[in-house]
Write a protein that binds this ligand. Structure first.
Ligand code: AHM
Ligand code: MG
Length: 337
């Protein structure tokens, strides 16, 4: 990591990836290429998102695209774009996507890597011009190369991720990722079509003052979480909830805070997905000095049993996550009498 001090802010993503690869003399360059594939798809999706308002306007006049098809929803477009880029890149044998029920085999049977992706998260915000994001995890396959990836390749615990990242499509577009040696953020300059290092070695504050959860569901939150939220109010903390996981997470990562999606009546196992939402953000937050749990244990130690399994998520500044756990532990202690 020390060497990174020599990589200045303003370095392009391509050059950064190349410099990082040079730190590993035996690296084959495949992971580097995979990250470039994701960056390329991001630029295309970014273009589609920026045109979304115009497309919707066209839609109101009954317009169709050039093939005469109805315009597709952005999350479907993003899914197609990322999968196409990963397929064309050649390094990935199998993709798991929020948009598809089953494993997606790319046909690159010699590809070493598995990618789990939520192509466009925050679906309720897509149509209303609010920040949305993409979340991705990269695993090394455990099966022999030469054939399709297997379910076992895709159900590895988060601690096995070799890289994880997210893209936020907000007031500017950023790509934030880690390969396990710190977290770096890159901001997109649309007129140049390049990502530039803007947030080197992100470190999240140990303690924060922002809490993020959907308080509309508070009646069905576990008692310990409710008690913690009371505590936040007593402390005059700030409540901030966009309802786009990436946007809420990104703000809290930079400023210090906690995001909570606990079990609720509607989602008894939590709403978020372990394999392509929680794991990636958990790796990033840990690499930045924060913490991620499901309310009882570390997210990265959970072995998934299903591709689309849901999981409660408490993620953010270390001391804040520890504090909720203290409130939850009190809840678990039976009261006398
Ligand atoms: P999605 O994958 O259908 O978009 O759902 C995930 C989103 C997260 O981005 C967000 O944090 C959460 O759902 C919001 O849920 P709620 O509307 O229940 O608060
Ligand atoms: Mg999602």
């Amino acid at each position: 990591m020390d060497d990174q001090l020599a990589i200045p802010v303003g370095t392009t993503l391509d050059r950064f990836i190349m410099r990082k690869q040079e730190e590993f003399p035996y690296a084959t360059g495949e992971l580097s290429q995979l990250l470039r594939d994701i960056a390329l798809a991001t630029k295309i999706v970014n273009r589609e998102i920026n045109r979304a308002g115009l497309i919707a306007l066209a839609g109101t006049f009954g317009q169709q695209n050039v093939q005469g098809e109805e315009q597709q929803k952005l999350d479907v477009i993003a899914n197609i774009r990322f999968i196409r880029a990963l397929r064309n890149g050649g390094e990935v044998c199998t993709v798991i996507s929020e948009e598809e029920d089953h494993l997606i085999q790319t046909g690159n049977t010699n590809g070493k890597y598995i990618v789990a992706i939520d192509p466009l998260d925050g679906s309720s915000n897509i149509d209303v011009n609010v920040a949305i994001g993409t979340i991705f995890s990269v695993y090394r396959r455990v099966s022999e190369a030469g054939d399709d990836g297997t379910l076992a390749d895709c159900l590895q615990k988060g601690a096995k991720q070799v890289a994880a990242g997210y893209i936020i499509f907000g007031s500017s577009t950023m790509l934030v990722y880690t390969t396990g040696c710190g977290v770096n953020g890159f901001t997109y300059e649309p007129s140049l079509g390049e990502f530039f290092l803007s947030h080197p070695l992100i470190s999240t504050p140990r303690e924060g003052k922002i809490y993020s959860c959907n308080e509309g569901n508070i009646r069905s939150f576990p008692e310990g979480v409710r008690a913690y939220l009371d505590y936040c109010k007593e402390q005059n903390y700030t409540g901030r909830y966009i309802g786009s996981l990436v946007a809420d997470f990104h703000r809290n990562l930079l400023k210090g805070g906690i995001y909570i999606y606990p079990p609720t009546t509607n989602y008894p196992n939590g709403k978020l997905r372990l394999v392509y939402e929680c794991n990636a953000l958990a790796m990033i937050v840990e690499q930045a000095g924060g913490k991620a749990t499901d309310g009882s244990g570390r997210i990265l130690d959970k072995t998934p049993t299903e591709l689309h399994q849901r999981c409660p998520l408490l993620i953010g500044s270390r001391d804040m996550v520890d504090k909720v756990h203290k409130f939850m532990a009190k809840e678990a202690v039976p009261t006398a009498g």
